[in-house]
Design a protein around this ligand. Structure first.
Ligand code: SAH
Length: 220
């Protein structure tokens, strides 16, 4: 199976079938620009072109590409945004989002709690983009509390699931700009929560039927 087939699978993902098409056509282009094999260790490369999670070691995984594409679509990415990703893993999702941002336009900070994975992701991203562009900043730490150093953000998204009974979204909402968007998967409802900040208020939306690995840390 080649990357074109991965694009076809992503096109047919349940969410897009229900809503007919991705809002942002550029998302499929971005899926096509990132060869997932480059982001997977040898023992997982055979899963690169399947719309399935793949193990990357250190107890972590590379998420289903269609779920990353779904988040990318919901993020409504434009040029010149300041974005925070929580849960870098292999760096695959950071690469995909960076293509949507347009190289050199805006900033992406991605935070990973496992230092070995942050190092691996950095190497993967450097390989993918030639040399890591100054727009992508891989940091090690507990992203459940956000990353105050580069706040405020226009977009914050998590690629690991919180438990809504323990997680306090306010900590992350406070690191969002006005008109910012926060997206996080939630494990008890298997949903993606989308928070939109506007005129000091936060509106909540939910998309059901998503599965992510659990978030660790002090606010998970
Ligand atoms: N975004 C990646 C990885 C998804 S798996 C991809 O799409 O392939 C989720 C990642 O979140 C794992 O690598 C895990 O180690 C990391 N993680 C879990 N809890 C975290 C936390 N509190 N802060 C930062 N990273 C965390």
């Amino acid at each position: 199976m080649g990357n074109e087939e991965l694009i076809e699978i992503s096109k047919n993902y349940d969410y897009w079938l229900r809503s007919k098409k991705p809002k942002d056509d550029r998302v499929l282009d971005a899926v096509g620009k990132v060869e997932r094999k480059e982001f997977l260790p040898d023992f997982s490369k055979e899963f690169a072109h399947m719309d399935a999670i793949a193990e990357i070691g250190y107890g972590s995984v590379s998420s289903q590409p269609s779920l990353i594409a779904l988040i990318a679509d919901l993020l409504e990415i434009e040029d010149d945004l300041n974005i925070l990703e929580i849960g870098t893993g292999s760096g695959y999702s950071a690469a995909l989002i960076s293509h949507l941002m347009g190289i050199g336009k805006g900033n992406l900070t991605t935070i990973e709690i496992v230092p070995q994975l942050a190092k691996l992701a950095k190497a993967n991203l450097e390989k993918h983009f030639g040399s890591i562009s100054s727009m992508i900043n891989v940091v090690v730490g507990d992203g459940s509390l956000g990353y105050i150093d580069n706040a405020p953000y226009d977009r914050i998204y998590l690629t690991a699931a919180v438990d809504i009974r323990r997680f306090d979204p306010k900590i992350l909402v406070d690191q969002l700009n006005e008109d910012g968007i926060l997206i996080f998967p939630e494990m008890t409802t298997n949903s993606l929560f989308i928070y939109r900040k506007s005129s000091g208020e936060v509106k909540e939306e939910k998309h059901e039927g998503v599965f992510f690995v659990p978030l660790k840390g002090n606010n998970s």
